[in-house]
Design a protein around this ligand. Structure first.
Ligand code: AMP
Length: 380
């Protein structure tokens, strides 16, 4: 009996545990919150990731450890890796936790990135804004996610308010200024690398964000095969450089037909949730296969898929469930503004079929704004 330990007990851990059940796996989830939603399906160890006693108990009860949450302190991941195999490795985690290290690595590997500059004072912010130009975005180097820890600078006058909002964090998590990319579309590569270095990617996904949070994903993205090949090559280079094991997502902006890397998510990713019903092997199953050293599953798609995120509260499920290719995921979390509480995946055999399903869901649920850009992309 193999027990997989997961640091972080949110919906990603929950979906990993669900995917692992048919493989005969046991799980232990560690989270700081006693009501972490993965705890509804797997034993939950409540503890602080910085607490060596709690981590030691976790290590003693698992055969291999992985993450549902990328902000586990790098030192804790390192400490754990001295006692039990940890995938992805702590160095890959540390790089992905820091926007500066991440972008520096992208650049070293020849993966294009938006302009960026590290800074630690108001004077350096002004210099960076002058060098990069407006519009640009001030971000925390670490501990930012879903658009949190970001301030958009539209003109030089915004530098003061941006520093007021985030300046205090220069000394703790660090700051980075990035050029604002007027992208045509956002894409992600969701890929997996095995312990033996085997690499597989799911078809490219197109993503739409609202207020920095993922709203909808479409796969396969309607892009030229040559562009998808460039994206896959970037992802592979990155995974090889980090000796990465497991699933990850590489988020990309597409501007004037060119790809610019935004960030690496060192875990299963929201833009890959469609793989549960939309591909031969889900990202969750393949992540488990990878960390356990098992053969990786096929990543080919089954038709066309669109994932709609439910933020704050769940709508009525019936409009999705009555569709032949409609699938519902309720994470078992209490409703709260801005919180990811579930998603739906709709699948159809053709792009036109998907347009029809999305039209019905958008109309019934009053969610036309959420589905509209996906329909435009499918028709384009
Ligand atoms: P992040 O937390 O960096 O993934 O940012 C969340 C979202 O904010 C991205 O998916 C984009 O929609 C937007 N965003 C972040 N950085 C930039 C940028 N440099 N240029 C344009 N949009 C951005």
């Amino acid at each position: 009996m193999t027990t997989v330990g997961i640091l972080g007990g949110g919906q990603l851990a929950r979906m990993l545990a669900l995917a692992g059940a048919p493989l005969g796996l046991r799980f232990l989830v560690m989270d700081t919150e006693p009501d972490a939603c993965a705890g509804q399906f797997a034993p939950l160890l409540v503890g602080d990731y910085r607490d060596d006693t709690a981590l030691a108990e976790f290590a003693s009860r698992v055969d291999v450890a992985t993450f549902d949450f990328e902000n586990v302190p790098a030192e804790s991941a390192q400490w754990l890796s001295e006692r039990v195999p940890v995938f992805p490795n702590p160095r890959a985690l540390a790089v992905a936790q820091d926007r500066l290290e991440e972008k520096t690595l992208f650049r070293r590997l020849g993966i294009p990135v938006p302009e960026f500059a590290a800074l630690s004072s108001r004077q350096e912010l002004d210099a960076a804004v002058a060098a990069i130009g407006t519009p640009c975005i001030l971000k925390t180097r670490r501990l930012g996610y879903d658009g949190k820890g970001q301030f958009r600078i539209r003109s030089n006058d915004d530098a003061g308010p941006a520093w007021e909002a985030l300046g205090a964090q220069a000394a703790t998590v660090g700051l980075i200024l990035e050029g604002f990319v007027a992208f045509e579309r956002e894409l992600s590569v969701v890929a997996v690398r095995g312990r033996d270095g085997e690499f597989r990617a799911w078809p490219l996904t197109e993503n739409w964000h609202v207020d920095g949070v993922l709203s909808a994903s479409l796969a396969p993205a309607k892009v030229e095969p040559a562009l998808a090949d460039i994206a896959f090559a970037h992802a592979r280079k990155l995974a090889d450089a980090l000796d990465y094991v497991g699933v990850f997502a590489l988020e990309l902006f597409c501007r004037d037909g060119e790809l610019l890397a935004n960030e690496l998510a060192p875990r299963v990713h929201n833009s890959g949730h469609w793989t549960i019903e939309g591909s031969e092997t889900s990202q969750f199953e393949n992540h488990l296969r990878a960390v356990l050293g098992l053969p990786l599953g096929e990543t080919r798609m089954v038709g066309h898929a669109c994932m709609l995120n439910w933020i704050g509260e769940l709508p009525d499920a019936a409009a999705v469930l009555r569709e032949p290719g409609g699938h519902w995921h309720d994470y078992g979390k209490a409703p709260r503004a801005g919180r990811k509480v579930g998603h739906a995946t709709v699948r159809a055999d053709s792009g036109e079929g998907l347009v029809d399903v999305l039209g019905r869901i958008g109309a019934v649920r009053g969610r036309d704004a959420q589905v509209a850009p996906v329909v435009v992309a499918l028709r384009g």
